[in-house]
Write a protein that binds this ligand. Structure first.
Ligand code: 28G
Length: 650
């Protein structure tokens, strides 16, 4: 048979926006909840660019009842005159051409990159319809785009007519309303929560920006505006903590097409908390810019410690990590030709970013330490580093001790752990159970072939407040560490994990919530990958037993109690469980441990900033903040979890 010849008429030419629907992943990453919200951020990005150029100061985002979203800014309005070569209005260029606009050539838009900034046309392409109104030249202009089926194919983002003048106005700006296409995204809806969280971050990153979110579906509103920008961001991060000086240190610097902003403060805690961004995009995996800033800190502070005589001649220099204990810092970089690397493409790779950030920060930090007004702050920083250096040595000794214990005296250490018999790591689970009596029931009720039980007496220590050597000295924590076999901190090796699931079982009361928070803090600090790789779970014990002679139903949420009662019918009785200890081994197995029937909540680190805030509010020095937080979040979104009706976890 003759080979088929390809002719030019066979070639599929992807025209403009239709390409976006064929490969949405290339433009918005996913068609899940993240990609769905990306549609909104593409539009908001344009408003932010306009405001960053110095035009306008306010963005309003409205979530409409029909599922669409409206974004409005008070910038100059997208140009309405005909584009010289494309023979259409500027508005049409922005909304129908991929990578339209001067984003990559215009001097004003010199910092753009990544998935972000793929352009508003992508939002148009993935919307049912998109309606754009421009206020400019004293006039109101409007154009509408729509994605409709023609001969069985969807034509994306087609203008329904030319840009029309529809009225007069004294204001300027742009207003865009779009309805994400359910043929792409199913029944996804905008989340006020997700949007406000991101909007607050944008308000922190763009000082002076006023951003308002109006939820017309659930009648909700927030407004963010930070005159201090990332300095306010840092203040927010350390809310409820003891800081070594009152206000964050802030500086900015710029050299040919490369700009940085830095804000930092120290707390009396022992952990570092740093956030970095490139062109407003979070770089959660860090990268070259962070490296540059770190070396500037180390150099300038060590140099000052030496020349001021704080470090004696015979004393060794501080290590970089000594200056990062208790450091809370936000770094933002604006640059061109961004290269992202790393597993989640959130790590900055550009080598020049390291040298440029370092050079700019060196100058500014040097100015900071040279200024006599700052001498008490510098003193506090150096004393903090001195404490860190001292403990670093102690920690090393304690670590060596734990290592020795791990090999020789391991049996002794894991004494309280009832381990499982099978060596199958994939199926193995370790329950960390609050209280000896519940621990006893769990040991009897479990399937010992794959379930291990570690009972916790009292509260294990608070990982946020103690230094690493004290954390390691705690018996409970050491038992957990040796049982999991991964090691901790920099020595952590996920591949050595002995139990695939680590399940925290605590009572449904405030003490239980506290114990859970302490354990999560420990994992967050010293075994973070255990969480990010999805191995940490919260087990949910039932709150009630509704029963009759031949009938038993366990109820896990207050919301489901009435239903259960009506199912049981006349003559029912209710037992309310105040703690795990009230269940016998069989009941505990049936309700909470049996993989076929139990409910587990997988612990994830949604947002490092929020997680940090949770642990520090929970553990921090501000007792009122802690109480408020626990009251708000103590039941770990039990109701939400039950909304999802997620039962069994096989
Ligand atoms: C409300 C929702 C999203 C925007 C502007 C303002 C200008 C602009 C936007 O120009 C470059 C030039 C023509 C296509 C620039 C206005 C210079 C002078 C602007 C927004 C590319 C883009 N006057 N405001 N784009 N054009 N707000 N908000 O989209 O050819 S986008």
């Amino acid at each position: 048979m003759a080979e088929k010849k390809y002719e030019s008429k066979d070639l599929v030419v992807l025209e403009g926006l239709d390409a976006v629907r064929l490969r949405p992943g290339m433009y918005i990453g996913t068609t899940g909840i993240k990609g769905f919200h990306h549609l909104l951020w593409e539009i908001v990005d344009n408003s932010i660019d306009e405001i960053a150029c110095g035009y306008g100061d306010t963005i309003t985002i409205t979530l409409n009842k029909d599922g669409s979203a409206t974004v409005e800014d008070n910038g100059r309005g997208i140009p309405v005159d005909k584009h010289p070569t494309l023979n259409m209005s500027g508005v049409e260029v922005v909304y129908t051409k991929l990578h339209a606009g001067g984003k990559f050539s215009n001097e004003n838009y010199k910092y753009s990159g990544g998935l972000h900034g793929v352009g508003a046309s992508v939002t148009n392409a993935l919307s049912r319809w998109c309606d754009v109104t421009v206020y400019r030249n004293g006039k109101v202009y409007n154009i509408r785009f729509s994605s409709d089926e023609v001969d069985g194919k969807i034509r994306s983002g087609v203008a329904q007519g030319p840009l029309k003048e529809i009225g007069k106005t004294s204001k300027t700006g742009t207003k865009v309303t779009f309805l994400p296409d359910d043929r792409m995204f199913g029944n996804l809806k905008f989340s006020f929560e997700i949007i406000s969280k991101k909007a607050r971050e944008l308000a922190f990153l763009n000082k002076g920006l006023k951003i308002k979110i109006i939820d017309d579906v659930n009648k909700n509103e927030v407004f963010y505006h930070y005159e201090g920008g990332i300095a306010d961001f840092v203040s927010y991060l350390v809310e409820g903590k003891n800081t070594l000086f009152k206000d964050p240190v802030y500086f900015s610097g710029e050299s040919d097409n490369f700009a940085i902003e830095v804000a930092f403060i120290y707390t009396d805690s022992y952990t570092e908390n740093s956030f970095s961004y490139v062109n407003n995009i979070p770089t959660t995996e860090g990268g070259t810019h962070e490296t540059g800033l770190k070396s500037a800190f180390t150099k300038v502070f060590n140099d000052y410690a030496r020349t001021s005589g704080f470090l004696k001649e015979k004393e060794a220099n501080f290590l970089g990590e000594d200056f990062r204990e208790g450091l809370n810092v936000v770094l933002t970089v604006k640059m061109t030709n961004v290269q992202f690397e790393g597993q989640t493409k959130t790590k900055l790779g550009n080598p020049e970013a390291r040298t440029k950030v370092e050079a700019l920060a060196l100058v500014k930090l040097q100015e900071f330490v040279n200024d006599k007004k700052n001498s008490s702050k510098i003193e506090a920083i150096l004393n903090k580093a001195k404490g860190a250096a001292k403990v670093r040595e102690a920690a090393k000794r304690a670590k060596d001790l734990t290592r020795a214990k791990n090999s020789a005296d391991n049996f002794n250490l894991v004494g309280k752990l009832a381990s499982s018999t099978s060596k199958n790591k994939e199926k193995s689970e370790m329950f960390i159970v609050e209280g000896d009596s519940a621990g006893g029931s769990a040991k009897q009720g479990r399937d010992r072939s794959f379930q291990a039980i570690l009972p916790l007496r009292g509260k294990p220590l608070n990982a946020e407040k103690k230094r690493i050597d004290q954390v390691l000295a705690n018996e409970e924590i050491r038992t957990i560490i040796s049982a999991l076999e991964t090691g901790i901190g920099e020595d952590f090796k996920l591949e050595n994990l002995r139990y695939n699931k680590v399940i925290i079982l605590s009572d449904a009361d405030q003490d239980g919530a506290h114990i859970r928070a302490i354990l999560l803090t420990f994992f967050f600090r010293y075994m973070r990958e255990l969480i990010t790789d999805g191995h940490v779970y919260i087990g949910l014990p039932p709150l009630y037993k509704v029963y009759k002679k031949d009938y038993v139903e366990y109820v896990y949420s207050d919301a489901y109690l009435p239903e259960a009662i009506s199912r049981a019918g006349r003559g029912y009785m209710i037992q309310r469980y105040k703690g795990l200890g009230e269940m016998n081994p069989e009941q505990l197995w049936e309700t909470t441990m049996d993989p076929e029937k139990r409910t587990l909540i997988q612990v994830s680190i949604e947002d490092a900033a929020e997680a940090e805030k949770m642990v520090s509010t929970w553990m921090g020095d501000n007792i009122d903040a802690r109480k408020e937080y626990i009251n708000l979040h103590a039941n770990f979104d039990r109701e939400d979890t039950f909304m999802q009706k997620f039962k069994g976890d096989k």
